[in-house]
Design a binder for this molecule. Structure first.
Ligand SMILES: [Zn+2]
Length: 316
């Protein structure tokens, strides 16, 4: 049997055809048209899902299930996408709309959960339990697989680790609370920290790397500057790493996962600038100083979403 996973991102729809060994046999992508209605966007998802079957030489009868991963709040029990940032879905019955055009078992998951399933099935967390995957992006997303099954809490909103409060009265978060982890550990937080430090350091290399244009500062800019010995960049990274580490320490102390996979563009930074020092901070801050939890880089990159979506049917 074969599986189809569709990763619905803010800019692209990516569909993948997968075999039982979690190998992606074929992929197709299409830009998201933000002017489309929910019905039209669902139509695109169906079209792309069928397209990879066709190009992969698989008949529709050979497909066991279709999984759809989306950013935002998703309810697989009801088949409804409650809300997604920057997309037309709002209390949209995505499963029903899909099945109206293609009568298949359809599973829905949020993108962080799909990434966690993907890493568990064929990435850095393969076969581990509990396996947590943390994605540092605009916010911080995370998912956890326990004994092969996704843990999402009682009503589907568990593991919203980006909103664990690590600083009472800290920075205001989009969720309405103050001091959430993602205000200190996400890629966006890193950019904000970099911009704040740049204001105090007019001679920093960071100004040259962004051509004097603050809006060109990206997560990777600060790592580039640090690589070239820039003091300001090192100062930013010092506080960013402690921001990342605090949340990870809490995760380790509460869950003691077998492995935590770090994903998102920021996690591609050189090990000596991010992962190695963060691992040491987490070890020092953990209750169990032997730190049996392995902290590693996620290995599937952008494919994690497609693999995880395709395997939702076996993970829920
Ligand atoms: Zn928050």
């Amino acid at each position: 049997m074969y599986y189809v996973g569709v990763d619905v991102g803010g800019t692209n729809l990516v569909a993948g055809l997968m075999n039982e060994d979690c190998e992606i046999l074929d992929k197709a992508s299409h830009p998201v048209d933000h002017s489309q209605t929910p019905e039209q966007l669902c139509g695109e998802i169906v079209r792309l899902a069928k397209q990879v079957c066709q190009s992969g030489g698989v008949t529709e009868k050979e497909v066991r299930a279709v999984g759809i991963g989306l950013p935002g709040q998703v309810n697989n029990k009801t088949g409804i996408v409650v809300r997604t940032p920057n997309m037309p879905f709002q209390n949209t019955p995505v499963r029903q709309l899909f099945q109206r055009q293609w009568d298949m078992p359809v599973f829905l998951g949020n993108d962080a959960d799909c990434a966690a399933i993907g890493e568990y099935r064929s990435g850095s967390a393969k076969g581990c339990s509990p396996a947590v995957t943390v994605t540092l992006g605009t916010g911080i997303g995370a998912g956890m697989v326990v004994d092969g099954k996704l843990f999402t809490g009682f009503a589907g909103s568990g593991m919203e680790v980006g909103h664990m409060i690590i600083h009472p009265n800290g920075h205001l978060c989009g969720c309405g609370n103050r001091g959430c982890w993602e205000q200190y550990g996400s890629a966006s937080a890193l950019i904000q920290m970099t911009l704040r430090e740049m204001e105090c350091s007019r001679d920093s290399l960071l100004w040259q790397l962004c051509g004097g244009d603050r809006s060109k500062v990206q997560g990777r800019t600060v790592f580039q500057a640090a690589r070239q010995g820039d003091e300001t960049a090192h100062r930013v990274l010092y506080s960013y790493r402690s921001g990342v580490a605090i949340g990870l320490i809490n995760l380790v102390n509460i869950l003691q996962p077998e492995v935590i996979c770090m994903g998102g563009g920021v996690s591609n930074a050189d090990d000596d600038l991010l992962l190695d020092p963060v691992r040491e901070l987490v070890r020092q801050g953990s209750f169990d100083k032997t730190m049996p939890t392995r902290l590693v880089r996620a290995s599937l990159g952008n494919d994690a979403g497609v693999v995880g979506a395709a395997m939702l049917c076996d993970s829920i």
